[in-house]
Write a protein of this length. Structure first.
Length: 254
């Protein structure tokens, strides 16, 4: 498994680096925020796939790598018109995006999920509505130990982990977020990753990893477990990245 983060500032000018099929989706996005996020996820995805497969990262050559979507919304990779033999998950938040690449072969679909969040204010209603009782107890304990910061960091961390888990299941937020219960460890490794486990309501579990880089929380979930992903070259450093909301200057395109 491998990962890369990219910042909005890295997106190449123009649209030559996306494919006609990706362009068709861009053309349907009339809100600047949605369009910018879609392009940012495409750029991170292409850089992640190119680095994983050893392909050219020149913007002129990136349109051969496509990040398309199943009817569920789940992404898949096409290279030179053929479906790529690797799994992928995409996520973005506040001007940064992450691409996680996973295994190929029989494991090439529905094995990895990634979600990026920032530490931001979360209400009691949010915690009561979207989390299971053990998760609520964890968030309350974090507030008891570290005040409002502990509350916000833990609520956003568990939220991110749920989204990563729901992406592995290929359902996203169509599902009730309480079908998963997330358990996180705070034993952070030298490479910044700490382990977590996601318990599904049907009794199955899958493992994952989380990290805090500056204002960002990144979680990744694997259906089959394994070590944390390796960092691919050529990306941005989340630890020093700031929240960017460039769309505010021009919210709509038409
Ligand atoms: C998955 C989901 C929870 C992510 O929302 P989010 O946290 O706001 O956004 P993120 O940036 O973290 O993730 C977005 C990416 O999740 C991926 N994704 C979307 N649906 C997914 C699914 N069912 N399974 C796995 N991944 C999914 C996509 O790659 C998407 O980026 P893309 O559209 O540019 O390819 C949300 O998009 C969702 O619930 N989708 C399912 C329902 C839906 O609206 N489907 C649309 C059908 S086209």
């Amino acid at each position: 498994m491998q990962w890369i983060a990219c910042g909005e500032y890295q997106i190449p000018p123009g649209l030559d680096w996306i494919s006609p099929r990706e362009r068709a989706r861009v053309d349907r996005l009339t809100f600047t925020k949605r369009r910018t996020e879609y392009l940012l996820r495409r750029y991170a995805g292409k850089r992640g796939v190119a680095a994983t497969l050893g392909l050219d990262v020149d913007p002129q050559r990136l349109s051969r790598i496509e990040l398309l979507n199943r009817p569920s919304g789940a992404p898949y990779v096409v290279v030179d018109g053929r479906e790529g033999d690797l799994d992928v998950s995409l996520t973005d938040r506040a001007g940064s995006a992450v691409c996680l690449t996973g295994p190929g072969g029989a494991l090439a679909s529905g094995t990895v999920g990634a979600d990026l969040e920032i530490v931001e204010k979360r209400s009691e209603y949010f915690v009561n509505d979207y989390f299971t009782l053990p998760e609520q107890a964890y968030i309350h304990a974090q507030r008891d130990a570290a005040g409002q910061d502990g509350w916000d960091a833990s609520a956003n961390l568990l939220w991110s982990a749920k989204e990563a888990g729901l992406k592995v299941l290929r359902v996203g937020l169509k599902a009730d977020t309480r079908i998963l219960t997330v358990h996180v460890s705070h034993e952070v490794r030298a490479d910044g990753w700490a382990p977590m486990e996601i318990e599904v309501i049907d009794g199955s579990t899958f493992t994952g990893w989380w990290r805090r880089d500056g204002i960002f929380l990144l979680t990744i979930a694997y259906r089959y477990g394994g070590p944390p992903p390796d960092l691919l070259p050529g990306g941005a450093d989340l630890a020093t990245s700031q929240a960017v909301h460039s769309w505010l200057a021009n919210p709509t395109l038409r």
